[in-house]
Design a protein around this ligand. Structure first.
Ligand SMILES: [Zn+2]
Length: 76
């Protein structure tokens, strides 16, 4: 969920975003099984893709950099 938390900091969430983020961080979801959490995360990411594409693009641009920083040996 680090990705979602990062997204949260970087853009103005709409009403639907806020609802899904509240759901994702609710106690029910924290104790839910993994499939339920993954399903909700996927739903949220789908919503971002369709409604906040500029945010998804910004994150995608940043991902390879992060990977490189975290795994410097991977490219050698
Ligand atoms: Zn939204």
């Amino acid at each position: 969920m680090t990705l979602v938390m990062k997204l949260y900091l970087d853009f103005e969430p709409c009403k639907e975003c806020k609802e899904m983020m509240a759901e994702l961080s609710s106690p029910e979801m924290i104790f839910a099984d993994e499939k339920t959490r993954i399903d909700l995360s996927a739903k949220f990411l789908r919503h971002l893709t369709y409604n906040h594409n500029e945010v998804v693009q910004a994150v995608m641009e940043e991902l390879p950099k992060q990977k490189e920083n975290q795994e410097p040996d991977f490219y050698q």
